[in-house]
Design a protein around this ligand. Structure first.
Ligand code: FES
Ligand code: FES
Length: 177
C-alpha cells in the first residue's frame, strides 16, 4: 500500500509499488486528465505536479512517492480558475487538447517557481504539442504571467472529494481524512 495526497485528499493505493503514477492516477483514482503519450519521457502529456514540481508521471512509480503531495489537472483549481487555464481559454490554445493538461500543469509549476520565466526556462519545458499550437501557448504563458503578477499567486484550491476508486475501503478513506 502506498499513501499520498492527491488533489488535497489522502489516498491509499493498493497497487504494486512499481506501478507508474500515471496508471495509478488514471486506472485506480479515475483521474484521467494526465495523458499517456510516449512512456519514454519524450512528450510531457503525463505531467502532474508532485511537491510543487512538475514531473512526468509515466516515469515515477508510486513506491517512490510515499507521502507525496500530488496535483493533477482535476485539482489545479475549481471552475478552471487558475490563471494558466484562463489564459488558455483567452488565447484559444486548445486544438485537439491532448497536450493541454500536462502543458498547463508544467506552466503553472514554472510560473510559481519563476514568475517571469526566461526564454531558456520556457524552452526547457518537456511538453510538446503535436497540433502546432506553440505560438498560442507562448502567448498564454505571457498572459498568465501578467495576470499572476497583477493579482499575486492563485490560492491553492483543493478539491473535490469522493472521486477515487483506489481500492481503499470507505473506512480507510475516512481514517485518512
Ligand atoms: S507519456 Fe510522454 S513523457 Fe510521459
Ligand atoms: S493541442 Fe493537440 S497536441 Fe497540443
Amino acid at each position: 500500500m502506498t499513501s499520498m495526497t492527491v488533489n488535497g485528499e489522502a489516498v491509499r493505493f493498493h497497487l504494486d509499488p512499481g506501478t507508474p503514477l500515471l496508471w495509478a492516477l488514471r486506472d485506480a483514482a479515475n483521474l484521467t486528465g494526465a495523458k499517456y503519450g510516449c512512456d519514454s519521457r519524450g512528450c510531457g502529456a503525463c505531467t502532474v505536479i508532485v511537491d510543487e514540481r512538475a514531473v512526468l508521471s509515466c516515469s515515477l512509480t508510486i513506491g517512490q512517492l510515499e507521502g507525496a503531495d500530488v496535483v493533477t489537472i482535476e485539482g489545479l483549481s475549481s471552475e478552471r480558475a487558475h490563471p494558466v487555464q484562463q489564459a488558455w481559454a483567452a488565447e484559444q490554445v486548445s486544438q485537439c487538447g491532448y497536450c493541454d493538461p500536462g502543458m498547463i500543469l508544467a506552466i503553472a509549476a514554472l510560473l510559481k517557481a519563476s514568475p517571469r520565466p526566461t526564454e531558456a526556462e520556457i524552452a526547457a519545458l518537456p511538453n510538446i504539442c503535436r497540433c502546432g499550437a506553440q505560438p498560442r501557448i507562448r502567448r498564454a504563458i505571457d498572459r498568465a504571467a501578467a495576470a499572476m503578477a497583477a493579482s499575486g499567486p492563485p490560492n491553492a484550491e483543493p478539491p473535490i472529494s469522493s472521486r477515487f476508486s483506489n481500492g481503499s475501503s470507505p473506512e480507510e478513506q475516512k481514517a485518512t481524512q
